[in-house]
Design a protein around this ligand. Structure first.
Ligand SMILES: [Zn+2]
Length: 113
């Protein structure tokens, strides 16, 4: 590996770490549209009528699936946190690749080559 390639990898690593350190609040989970019953006995949805559209958050924590309905005003911020979580894992993947390349560029001490 040339010095130039090494410099480039090190700059890439610094940029990835910088972004990692600046990540805002995050959470794991999936948000999706789902029809549901509203729970009122007098509503037509209780007797097979059309259900109400709703948004649901599902996340598995400690082996248990947790589900919660999402209020309209919460949806954007929840989806944003989930997006940050995905970005976190992209950063982990990219950092792993860069660090592997850097490890590859510097042979272990004592290794005969
Ligand atoms: Zn209903």
């Amino acid at each position: 590996m040339t010095q130039r390639q090494l410099d480039s990898l090190q700059r890439r690593r610094a940029a990835l770490l910088d972004e990692l350190h600046r990540l805002p609040n995050l959470m794991r989970g999936t948000v999706y549209q789902r029809e549901r019953k509203c729970g009122r006995a007098s509503c037509t949805c209780a007797t097979g009528g059309p259900r109400h559209p709703g948004v649901q958050l599902t996340v598995n924590v400690g082996g248990k699936t947790r589900t919660r309905y999402v209020r309209q005003q919460e949806r954007a911020s929840i989806e944003e946190m989930i997006g940050v979580y995905r970005r976190l894992w992209q950063l982990v993947e990219e950092l792993t690749e860069v660090n592997l390349a850097l490890l590859h560029a510097s042979p272990a001490q004592g290794a005969s080559s």
